[in-house]
Design a protein around this ligand. Sequence first.
Ligand SMILES: C[S@@+](CC[C@H](N)C(=O)[O-])C[C@H]1O[C@@H](n2cnc3c(N)ncnc32)[C@H](O)[C@@H]1O
Length: 276
Amino acid sequence: MSQPEPPTIASDGLPARPTGAWVHDKKYYLERYLSIFTRGVGPKWNGKLSYVDLFSGPGRSIIRQTAEEVEGSPFVALNCEFAKYVFVDVPDVIDSLQVRLGRHAKLPHVSLIRGDCNEVIDAVRAAAPADHLTLAFVDPTGLQIRFRTIQRLVQDRKVDLLMTIQFGMGIRMNLRQYSQSESNALTSFMGNDSWRTDVEDGGSPSLIGHRILSRYMAQLRQLGYETVQNREIAVRSDQNNLLLYFIVLASRHPRGQDFWRKITQIGPSGQRHLNW
Ligand SMILES: C[S@@+](CC[C@H](N)C(=O)[O-])C[C@H]1O[C@@H](n2cnc3c(N)ncnc32)[C@H](O)[C@@H]1O
């Protein structure tokens, strides 16, 4: 897999993530979902809602082509009414986020966890109260999230998952490489190597990638999750229209799926949703 790009310095003097204009699409769906979720279920849960961001980033992105600065997911979440926020990333990135948070009014409700989210998942569980309804945002750059980590995160807890699934760089582009290697990121991502059957069944990398994605969704269903069919949001590169990732909402409760259906009816540029 490609090496991560070094951070760029933003106008506040702190490191930010270099990215593409598609980051606006991700932010659009995240903002809308967190807003409908907190307003919709907050009263019923007496405000006992937690937000867990397993790949939080430093709190700001910079669009490469335009140098526009875009608020990162931790700040999007802090604008919504959660009782607890847990932000996880590698140490350098959390250091930047911590400085950027400064004396934010919600700081007493924030836990910052430094490390590989797969390794620190028990610390994440300890930071998010067990009796809360949790919304976990899982937004890696590739296949860093192990299926075992998802299983542990949701074990005996009420957790909804909002995930970006890196179809482009994560699954499709690297299939050849994955087929050659025995122990690899795709096996950890899936939690098993049954995806090899999808490769053996043949076809284009894109077709194989879609089969693997369906397998992933089926595994989420085995954990009791439903995803809203045909409402995976495809996010494409603004430069060559290449499929980068899908945004998927997985919930164990029909309410979560209703929320997702609602907020995905209209896309970021005002277009009505069509089944794709
Ligand atoms: C796509 S960015 C997250 C962007 C952020 N969610 C936002 O919307 O502003 C992915 C982040 O994952 C972090 N990362 C990569 N591997 C990780 C791992 N194993 N555990 C925790 N964080 C990781 C990277 O440092 C990077 O900041």
